[in-house]
Ligand binder design. Structure first.
Ligand SMILES: NC(=O)c1ccc[n+]([C@@H]2O[C@H](COP(=O)([O-])OP(=O)(O)OC[C@H]3O[C@@H](n4cnc5c(N)ncnc54)[C@H](O)[C@@H]3O)[C@@H](O)[C@H]2O)c1
Length: 422
């Protein structure tokens, strides 16, 4: 049996591709497995579709022997298999492990004795042991005895120039101590620091604690932003002052809502699990969800209030949205709060256009929103311009100076006669 491949990484997305690059750069032989033929073909032709991985990185990986494939049979050759497929929510807001189950099903079909299987996809505590292990053991092998099984949460922060897969400590929790040893040894090839947990549940929970902490703190400042506006207190000034405390305070900033694949989704995995298993709510998360999800509606109301100052109704006014991605300097619009905001504005009869240096096409509820290619002209033509994402390409002060009304939801500018801050 050919077991010459160090790692097969399943899911060549925002998580799997940077991981493959790091492992390949450290000298491991790596194959990327994905069910999307377009992604596989693109990678094999040296094209990256992920912000933090350049085409040149893919070319280097290919030069070192990496290739992408849709052939699950390649998993038989792997000493380690890492699963990085999406874990979304179903239409009723419950965890949807469908893609993980499909991926694990393929792994089980091709599982060889001695292989290390690691799940990286974010999920609720208990998944590795209760959902993954039985599928892998269905062929007669036993985890911890015939093969190794571990969970290691991905902590990637797309667009972060300071922390990447190598210098972000990697948490690993195995089904047995030997499984943790195997996972620690695998990641030690290309991650500076590996942190061991007692087991898989602790590793799964660590990731959810990190994301829930962010979610709740963002909700806290979002709620404070609303009453500070009513009390005529400049919250941005408040945060700047509070941030000077050298201990016990970490600054979070308000915004138009939360987006991306993690913050709006992962805490649901946890609250759903607590409710389904224990029958009681995880109140902090549910409250944070309510507050953060209400922000796009609040932003729409603030837009309406500012148009009102000019005697204009929202219906028929032109609103320009600046930056429609869920975070600055990346091209990802998944779960972006710009989407519910645009939906609300359209429902109220506003005309909208958008600009984003990283996004060519922005569709909301089946409508293609028109893209402002001549930014200065559109800024001047719109009844109000709303900064949703502060991309580094933006000269926000200059944009605000051209606009008739400018609503800065990111606290970049200072209030003036035509500029309001969240
Ligand atoms: N994007 C982030 O910033 C981030 C950060 C931390 C954790 N995570 C977690 O990592 C996991 C992966 O997220 P992502 O952002 O990389 O997703 P992604 O959508 O960018 O990529 C997932 C890839 O998996 C492929 N795929 C789906 N089902 C498959 C299957 N059965 N077999 C093989 N390939 C399959 C898709 O075609 C896609 O290319 C999720 O659980 C997510 O919550 C994401």
């Amino acid at each position: 049996m050919d077991r010459s491949v160090d790692a097969v990484i399943i899911g060549m997305g925002y998580v799997g591709l940077p991981l493959a690059r790091e492992a390949s750069a450290a000298g491991l032989s790596v194959i990327g497995f994905d069910v999307n033929l377009e992604v596989v073909d693109g990678l094999n032709h040296g094209r990256s579709h992920v912000d933090d991985v350049a085409d040149a990185d893919v070319a280097e990986m290919l030069g070192r022997g990496f290739f992408a494939t849709t052939d699950a049979g390649q998993m038989r050759r792997a000493r380690t298999i890492v699963i990085c497929v999406p874990t979304p929510l179903s239409s009723d807001g419950a965890p949807d492990l469908g893609l993980v189950r499909v991926a694990i099903g393929s792994v089980a079909t091709h599982l060889q004795a001695g292989t290390l299987v690691i799940l990286e996809s974010t999920t609720y505590p208990g998944t590795t042991d209760e959902e993954i292990r039985p599928i892998l053991e269905s062929g007669g092998m036993t985890a911890g005895k015939d093969f190794y099984l571990a969970f290691s949460p991905e902590r990637i922060d797309p667009g972060n120039p300071n922390f990447g897969p190598k210098n972000t400590p990697k948490v690993v929790g195995g089904h047995t101590a030997a499984c943790t040893d195997a996972a620690e040894s695998f990641y030690s090839h290309f991650v500076d620091k590996v942190v061991r947990t007692k087991g898989t549940r602790e590793a799964e929970m660590a990731k959810l604690l990190e994301n829930t902490y962010r979610h709740i703190n963002i909700a806290l400042v979002n709620e404070v932003a609303r009453f500070c506006h009513d009390l005529e207190i400049d919250l941005w000034d408040v945060i700047a002052a509070a941030s000077t405390k050298p201990f016990g305070f970490e600054a979070f900033r308000p915004g138009p809502g939360v987006g991306g694949h993690c913050i709006p989704i992962d805490p649901n995995y946890l609250s759903h699990r607590v409710r389904a298993r224990l029958g009681y709510p995880f109140r902090f998360v549910e409250l944070a969800q309510e507050i953060n999800a209400a922000m796009p509606g609040y932003i729409a109301r603030r837009i309406q209030d500012q148009l009102n100052l000019d005697g204009k109704p929202l219906r028929g006014s032109l609103v320009m949205l600046l930056g429609v991605t869920y975070k600055p300097n990346i091209a990802d619009t998944r779960e972006s709060p710009a989407i519910p905001l645009a939906k609300t504005l359209l429902q109220q009869g506003a005309s909208i256009c958008f600009h984003d240096p990283l996004v060519k096409q922005f569709s909301v509820a089946g409508h293609d929103i028109s893209r402002a290619d001549d930014v200065d002209q559109s800024l001047a033509a719109a009844d109000i311009c709303v900064l949703l994402q502060n991309h580094e390409d933006y000269d926000v002060e200059a944009m605000a100076a051209v606009a008739r009304r400018f609503f800065d939801t990111r606290g970049v500018t200072r209030p003036t006669h035509n500029v309001q801050l969240l």
